[in-house]
Design a protein around this ligand. Structure first.
Ligand SMILES: O=C(O)CCC(=O)N[C@@H](CCC(=O)O)C(=O)O
Ligand SMILES: [Zn+2]
Length: 329
């Protein structure tokens, strides 16, 4: 049964069957953590939807949200009206309660990836699953929401990252849906980032976002009540309806100005561990010291910090420095 799928995945138990019926369609398990829902009838407003969670294994709220959606589908409370691919990104890391096992999966979504190992292999499997799904539903507009939670508190608890690519413009309706779904801020990426949402946007031209839905917590400690509006958005998409919107300018928009990279072993961030995402720093403040790159000092205007993490691998992003911009017209 579909309601066992997540439990069996967490227990590393193979499902007894790889397919089954739903009240308004059927499902197929293509592999560990790869579940496709197919409606009996695809509605006219339907999109081909990819919903991914647990690309980072310690981010459990999105998994619980997906669990609620599946339970409500199975109970017939949500009528399946669109093809949906549900992906649990990194099952071994989810079982271990760790962000990743060997390396950050969310930097590996690049065609012709040559690296070997657990996460690179998983990235190739997930990219193939997405390619196959979008190819089979090529007549429908496509969409990918990659659901995450942030390591630290945030001045905007729920925010979206809009991946960078030259070819795709975000539809204005997406901002309205996200606003209605309780997203408080949006971060426009300034360069290619090889994340999972970037993969769908860049290679498939889809509408795609990374959605940060609160702070990392173990299973059972997530405040799912705060995610009801987001659940309503996912349910509208699953039902194949055009989701309702709210004014986009209720959200704050930010542009990445600088990507702070860790370049040496001897690297520190100069602010408190408890500093929340979107905290603002004044001109002249030193934010990082790196034995190779030197100090990073805020320039002529204030900058806010997002995703600061001094413990990343050498060569990886240790923080984004962002500035507020006007909402899209
Ligand atoms: O809180 C943090 O420092 C990281 C939270 C997280 O996993 N964020 C994603 C953002 C992906 C993107 O930039 O689209 C990540 O770092 O992979
Ligand atoms: Zn994450």
């Amino acid at each position: 049964m579909l309601d066992n799928w997540l439990d069996q995945l967490l227990d590393d138990v193979a499902p007894s069957s790889d397919h089954g019926r739903l009240p308004f369609g059927h499902y197929r398990i293509h592999g560990p953590g790869i579940l496709e829902l197919t409606p009996n009838q695809t509605l006219p407003d339907a999109r081909a939807c990819v919903l991914s969670a647990a690309v980072h294994g310690n981010e459990t709220a999105p998994v619980e949200l997906v669990g609620e959606l599946l339970a409500r589908l199975e109970a017939g409370l949500v009528r399946l009206g669109a093809p949906v691919l549900i992906l649990i990104g990194n099952p071994p890391a989810l079982r271990a309660g760790e962000r990743f096992i060997t390396t950050n999966l969310n930097r590996l979504f690049k065609r012709n990836l040559t690296a070997s190992g657990e996460e690179p292999d998983r990235a190739r499997t997930l990219m193939a699953a997405v390619d196959d799904f979008f190819a089979r539903h090529a007549t429908l507009p496509a969409l990918h929401f990659d659901l995450h939670t942030a390591i630290r508190d945030s001045r905007y608890t729920r925010f979206a990252v809009e991946p960078f690519t030259e070819q795709v413009t975000t539809e204005s309706s997406q901002w309205q849906w996200l606003s209605r779904a309780g997203i408080q801020a949006v971060l426009h990426q300034h360069c290619h980032s090889w994340t999972f949402s970037h993969y769908s946007r860049h290679y498939h031209g889809t509408q795609a976002f990374t959605l940060e839905l609160g702070r990392v917590a173990p299973f059972g400690d997530n405040e799912l009540g705060a995610l009801r509006p987001m659940r309503a958005l996912l349910e509208a998409l699953t039902e194949g309806h055009e989701p309702p919107g709210a004014p986009a300018n209720a959200m704050h928009f930010f542009r990445v100005e600088h990507e702070l990279m860790r370049q040496s072993e001897d690297f520190v961030l100069c602010f408190d561990e408890a500093t929340p995402n979107f905290n603002e720093f004044c001109p002249g403040e030193c934010l990082a010291r790196d034995a190779k790159a030197g100090d990073y000092v805020v320039g002529e205007h204030p900058q806010r910090v997002v995703f600061p993490n001094a413990k990343v691998e050498i060569g990886a992003r240790a923080a984004l420095l962002v500035v507020e911009v006007a909402p899209p017209a």
